[in-house]
Design a protein around this ligand. Structure first.
Ligand code: SAH
Length: 486
């Protein structure tokens, strides 16, 4: 690559998947990356560059625009490939033009890489199309934060009378003032308006109302920058077009897959792992215990995949009757060429029904916190039951769970996939001093569970349950949620 070059790169509104391919490539090739706000760390995955945060961060003041230009010049003159990563699009209120001119003045080559602008994407992700046939055929984007003496002054009267959709960026601090100017300029107070906060971020929120009440609503909801004000009839389309946000609390390894699945059912996933799985050493007498059992049962795909790492277990299983509670577990086993039986109902009752009168001994390879209820039921039905813990379920300690707890109010659906997800979510909220807020959020939202033990844990904790699928799988839960909406 040519050395000593600066790329002004648009990073999109915040979701790493909304970056362009070119942005992704340049980030992985750059020697130096300058960015100016808290980024989703996934954006910088694979980057090997020197990372410079030119925004505010602990103990250091925000660099001035002059300082940023100077740093870009220095880094390029040292012969580096420099990426200046910007939110949204670099040339829309991004000061990208200024940076480009400053670099050209020093004879440094510069290239701009467009990005998905929040001006369109943030409303869009909240269910608002900025234009819509028959409703709005123009879009005006303005700054809500004019710098006196630096910006050409806005003609609020003309703006108020333009019709179409108006999008105001950088408008949180002067919200009341700008709205008053619009109304004074002649836009009716009943015009629909919405604020979209952190569009495309996990904590995205939208507050909708009219010009008359939106400022007050936004203040009481504590809306903060970055947020976008959208004014116009298009706002009403969000009632139909907005996706419900679903909090997914499963362990990290299942987040990505679950999120994609949730998306495919029309939900907006919030990845917030509450639990993590910690592998346990296998017992010394493992093989003897395997030999003693007629059937070997797995209760989760995670457990099956962990067990199958062990050659001894793999070999022994080819001689056993293998049982999988649920299709995902069955699939994990089949990836290793093992055929397993699945009970009709993915629960302890289902298993009991399947085994009654057919087998006399069973070994569970599963979580250390596996339900006692399951083994007890089978013992009472006359079976010999053995249990080998493969992993422990522990608290995830994931930052994304804390973020979810802080923003619980903005979540429409909570998806609980095990009783441990219930316990750790509530425990964490308690530790953060936000249990009351979380419980209120749960009360107002739709609470979905994958199966009975999870539902029971919620009722023990005093939380209502709205949705439980007939088949106890994550996908069936999504289907049930979707059916409820239609
Ligand atoms: N170049 C950027 C805009 C920079 S100005 C772009 O094209 O998106 C900064 C303003 O953009 C913020 O004050 C806010 O109004 C808006 N903004 C940026 N990211 C946003 C997001 N994810 N959600 C809502 N508004 C956002």
């Amino acid at each position: 690559m040519a050395r000593g070059k600066v790329y002004l790169v648009g990073g999109g509104p915040g979701d790493p998947e909304l970056m362009t391919l070119k942005a992704k490539r340049l980030l992985s090739e750059a020697d130096v990356i300058l960015f100016d706000r808290l980024l989703d760390p996934r954006m910088l995955e694979g980057a090997r560059a020197e990372l410079i945060d030119v925004g505010k961060n602990a103990g250091r003041h925000k660099l001035s625009q002059e300082g940023i230009n100077q740093l870009l010049i220095e880094k390029a003159q040292e012969g580096n490939v420099v990426v200046r990563l910007k939110g949204g699009d670099p040339y829309l209120f991004g000061r990208g033009g200024e940076e480009a001119l400053a670099l050209l003045e020093k004879g440094i080559s510069v290239e701009v890489v467009p990005g998905v602008t929040s001006a369109v994407a943030a409303p869009e992700l909240a269910g608002i199309p900025v234009t819509h046939r028959g409703i709005a055929s123009s879009l005006l984007i303005v700054t809500g934060h004019e710098e006196p003496g630096k910006d050409t002054p806005l003609d609020w009267k003309a703006i108020a009378n333009l019709g179409g959709t108006l999008v105001i960026l950088m408008g949180v601090s002067r919200l009341e003032k700008n709205i008053a100017s619009l109304i004074a300029g002649g836009r009716t107070a009943k015009t629909p308006a919405a604020l979209v906060e952190k569009g495309g971020w996990p904590e995205q929120r939208m507050i909708a109302g009219t010009l008359e009440d939106i400022a007050q609503k936004a203040r009481s909801a504590g809306i903060e920058s970055p947020a976008i004000l959208v004014v116009g009839e298009v706002v009403e389309l969000a009632e139909k077009l907005a996706r419900d946000r679903i909090a997914i609390l499963r362990p990290k390894a299942q987040q990505e897959e679950s999120a994609r699945l949730a998306e495919s059912y029309g939900f907006q996933p919030i990845m917030a792992p509450a639990i993590a799985l910690k592998e346990k050493p296998l017992p010394e007498d493992l093989l003897e215990r395997l030999e003693r059992a007629e059937c070997v049962a797995f209760t989760s795909a995670n457990g099956a995949l962990m067990a199958l790492q062990d050659k001894g277990i793999r070999e022994a299983l080819t001689r056993k009757r293998v049982i999988a509670i649920g299709p995902k577990t069955e699939q994990a086993l089949s990836e290793y060429g093992l055929i397993s039986q699945v009970p009709e109902e993915y629960s302890s009752e289902g298993l009991q029904k399947m085994l009654s009168g057919q087998a006399c001994s069973i070994l569970f390879l599963r979580s250390a916190q596996g339900s006692q209820y399951l083994s007890e039921g089978l013992r009472q039905a006359g079976l010999q039951v053995d249990d080998i813990p493969l992993y422990e379920v522990v608290f995830s300690g994931d930052q994304r769970l804390d973020d979810l707890i802080k923003r619980a109010k903005s979540v429409e659906i909570f998806a609980f996939t095990s009783s441990s997800t219930v316990r750790y979510l509530l425990e964490r909220a308690r530790a953060m001093g936000l249990e009351k807020e979380l419980r209120e959020a749960l009360e107002r939202s739709t609470v979905a569970v994958i199966g009975k033990p999870t539902a029971e844990e919620l009722s023990r904790q005093g939380v209502k349950v709205d949705v439980m699928p007939e088949k106890f799988t994550f996908e069936a839960m999504l289907q049930a949620l979707k059916a409820r909406k239609n």
